[in-house]
Design a protein around this ligand. Structure first.
Ligand code: AVI
Length: 342
């Protein structure tokens, strides 16, 4: 167990901005990951692109726009719940807590948690983990806003970030996984991922999960197919990213954004549909991609849950429910768990 100053891995470079702000970034660019994974996923019979590739600079900016769309109720509802539970949450945070956030993004929601912690504690250590380099700007903003905040960011995939978290010697940790990002995992993989989070935590630590709830299909479908076409552009940006990073020549006008709510599986499914027959060469991975007219490339699942299911998944992963809050319409839930024995 080590302090934040001594944190290190051989695979990351540490960039110190001020004594209160540093971040780690992978030595080998994520570019090699995208090449390998896209080469595999676009060669399968059922083609897919992993949703983690949404979040390059352009994709992260589009996602920020999605979060403030009228149809995308998730972000504003989660913020509404977070801001209303601060006094109750504060009662659970007895002791000295470091905040770890998986998928911190623009860190807008983080402020609500920091407000609670920075008023209770003289110093707060914050560990944002995000695949997107948006983390750099959001950390600088937080650093300037909160004088008693020490930030150590990790720009990498969640699993890599958790390897850092495991090393921390901090008394207690509050690990936040907000924004319903758990919904982007298939349920079985979601439980496995929760287990990984659990294994990076110790007795006395707390886990805060934000999750979208099952609701009327129309509301869900509108949230993933907004009238301004921002979600469509977010989805199509995957092809533009492959153009930029792997030298392909996708023409996004020949693809369309598809999103449907699968009632049986209780998930939004997102695809890119090829409007014409295609043969596209992707030079950096030496792949000739053939697509039939109407063929779908799967890009995302976004599972919607009911509270008993969330509890069950978390319990299977070794968490014990402490308190669960919802908004008035029961659109979105925030659940607080303690660490249980497995
Ligand atoms: C990040 N994740 C929880 C979002 C979601 O709602 O599944 C990603 C997203 N996809 C389309 N719109 C937003």
């Amino acid at each position: 167990m080590i302090t934040r100053q001594k944190l290190a891995t051989k695979n990351h470079r540490k960039i110190a901005i001020t004594p209160r702000l540093c971040y780690f970034q992978p030595k080998n660019e994520l570019r090699s990951t995208i090449a390998q994974e896209i080469s595999y996923s676009l060669s399968q019979k059922k083609k897919f692109i992993h949703p983690k590739f949404f979040y390059d600079k352009a994709g992260s900016e589009l996602f920020e726009k999605i979060c403030s769309l009228p149809e995308y109720y998730l972000t504003r509802t989660e913020i509404e719940v977070l801001s209303s539970i601060k006094p109750e949450l504060s009662k659970h945070l007895v002791g000295d807590f470091a905040l770890v956030e998986l998928g911190s993004g623009s860190s807008i929601k983080t402020r609500h948690l920091l407000e609670v912690l920075t008023t209770k504690q003289d110093d707060v250590e914050y560990y944002p983990i995000d695949i997107s380099s948006i983390l750099k700007d959001s950390s600088i903003n937080l650093h300037d806003e909160y004088e008693n905040l020490k930030i150590t960011g990790i720009i990498d995939q969640y699993e890599k970030g958790l390897e850092f978290v495991r090393q921390l010697d901090h008394k207690c940790k509050l690990v936040a996984f907000l924004g319903s990002s758990l919904g982007n995992f298939e349920p079985e993989h979601g439980i496995e991922f929760l287990k990984k989070i659990r294994s990076s935590m110790r007795k006395g630590d707390l886990f805060l999960l934000g999750i979208d709830l099952v609701k009327d299909a129309k509301i869900l479908e509108n949230a993933y197919n907004d009238s301004k076409g921002i979600t469509a552009n977010f989805n199509l940006n995957l092809l533009l990213r492959i153009n930029r990073e792997l030298g392909a020549t996708f023409d996004t006008d020949t693809f369309e954004h598809v999103s449907i709510f699968n009632k049986k599986q209780k998930r939004i499914e997102m695809y890119l549909r090829s409007k014409v027959k295609h043969e596209i060469f992707v030079p950096k991975i030496n792949l000739l991609l053939k697509l039939k007219k109407g063929e779908l490339i799967h890009t995302e699942y976004s599972y919607k849950y009911a509270i008993p299911q969330i509890k069950k998944m978390a319990q299977k992963a070794g968490f014990k429910p402490l308190q669960i809050w919802k908004d008035k319409k029961s659109y979105f839930a925030i659940a607080l768990f303690s660490v249980d024995s497995l």
